[in-house]
Write a protein that binds this ligand. Structure first.
Ligand code: DQA
Length: 161
């Protein structure tokens, strides 16, 4: 099973940008923790960050046939990007959206995420630990889907015989 982690604009500046909101941890450090948790759970993981909307759309599309789950922080694009929302809806891969900050407790323009509406779940306001929670969630969803698929194929086999 494989998870693709997609990080949107300005998240490459974590640890430097607005530390009072996003904390001191760098993106590489968050990814290192996610990688070791993925290894402990026997899950493959890939990381991608881009400041460009089209590149994020391309990456989501590339997940088709490659990833079993997506963890995404679309950052500012959460509030503006119909293109990223449509890409998430198009690929039909279970997706969890993460926000380091509690977007509901911030400026009005951050309170609505148009991308979150097509995801399986959202974690906001838990800082870097939110990515860990997202991994627990996506692994659970992927396991449930795999168990369902196995049950279906077993059912099909017994019907054939
Ligand atoms: C963010 C919240 C967004 O509103 C903001 O534009 C970001 C980061 C978060 O992780 O809290 O860049 O997605």
């Amino acid at each position: 099973m494989k998870i693709v982690v997609i990080q949107g604009p300005n998240l490459n500046m974590l640890g430097v940008r607005e530390q009072h909101i996003y904390g001191p941890m760098k993106l590489e450090e968050i990814h290192a923790q996610m990688k070791s948790f993925a290894e402990q759970n026997g899950v493959e993981i890939e990381f991608f960050q881009s400041n460009l909307e089209g590149e994020i759309v391309d990456k989501i599309q590339e997940c088709m046939g490659d990833a079993d789950g997506i963890i995404i922080n679309p950052a500012a694009y959460s509030h503006t990007s119909i293109a990223i929302r449509d890409a998430i809806a198009a690929v039909e891969i279970p997706t969890i959206e993460v926000h380091l900050s509690n977007i509901h407790a911030r400026e009005d323009f951050r309170k609505k995420s148009i991308t979150a509406e097509v995801t399986a779940g959202v974690i906001a306001g838990m800082g870097p630990f939110g990515y860990h929670l997202a991994m627990i969630g996506i692994i659970q969803i992927m396991n449930e889907i795999q168990a369902m698929q196995e049950a279906h194929s077993q059912e099909a086999q017994t019907q054939e015989s």
